[in-house]
Ligand binder design. Structure first.
Ligand code: PGA
Length: 246
């Protein structure tokens, strides 16, 4: 299976720069062996999806509501995202878990909504620095996997240690490998054989200079990239480090 290189633009990008970034990524995508996904802010999805329709670069969103439609002022449904041309949606990102008090149960409801609309959920899990310092990271992440994923989950997991996001710090290769193996075990426990085929991305300060090492770790099925995904050159350099994994 090809590794998945996914960009999370977060709350960045006005019209002109988003168009230019999407075009530059698309221009470099043809030569790549990996799967590519970019997740602009809601306001840029329509124009980015229109530009990338029929190309090798898929478009996703960064969140969705649990309901298909209704009285939810300011919210966006999975159906609306699919209608715009989204193929995927990031759910349970730590910035939403922290800033919007999203619980595992809410994330699970959003996953069901996303799958119901035909979107591939990219579900984020990860521990805080205090949890890792207390030696609790394995339990915390296993519990998030168990409680966030519905039965028969189909999608992608992203392991993102919160202390590595936007900080320039990353876990050691051994720590990434240990956590990804744990997540694989939790997935197989929860989903049976299907859990063996789910891609587990690593996210948190992935850059061109550390991508090859992180993407070579067993059980790493790709990367979720924040800051470096705002530069086409950096994003494509990371994508060039991706490979096919069994
Ligand atoms: P970062 O963000 O690459 O800027 O650390 C990763 C993420 O939050 O998905």
């Amino acid at each position: 299976m090809p590794q998945l290189i996914a960009g999370n633009w977060k709350m960045n990008g006005l019209s002109a720069e988003s168009a230019a970034l999407a075009e530059a990524i698309e221009a470099g995508a043809a030569a790549l062996a990996c799967d590519l996904l970019i997740c602009p802010p809601f306001t840029q999805i329509a124009q980015v999806a229109a530009k990338l329709r029929g190309t090798a670069v898929a478009v996703g969103a960064q969140d969705c509501h649990t309901a298909p439609a209704g009285a939810h002022t300011g919210d966006i449904s999975a159906q609306m995202l699919a209608d715009l041309g989204c193929a995927a949606v990031i759910l349970g990102h730590s910035e939403r878990r922290q800033n919007h008090h999203e619980t595992d149960a809410l994330v699970q409801a959003k996953i069901l909504a996303a799958v119901g609309a035909g979107l591939m959920p990219v579900v984020c899990v990860g521990e805080t620095e205090a949890e890792r310092d207390a030696g609790q990271e394995r339990q915390i992440v296993a519990a998030q996997v168990a409680a966030s994923l519905p039965e028969n989950f189909v999608g992608v997991i992203a392991y993102e240690p919160i202390w590595a996001i936007g900080t320039g710090r990353t876990p050691t290769i051994a720590e990434v490998e240990a956590m990804h193996r744990d997540i694989r075990t939790a997935l197989v426990q929860k989903l049976g054989e299907a859990g063996a085929a789910i891609r587990i991305l690593y996210g948190g300060s992935v850059k061109p200079d550390n991508a090859a090492a992180l993407l070579a770790v067993p059980e790493v099925g790709g990367a979720l990239i924040g800051g470096a995904s705002l530069s086409a050159a950096a994003f494509l350099a990371i994508a060039r480090a991706a490979k096919h994994v069994d």
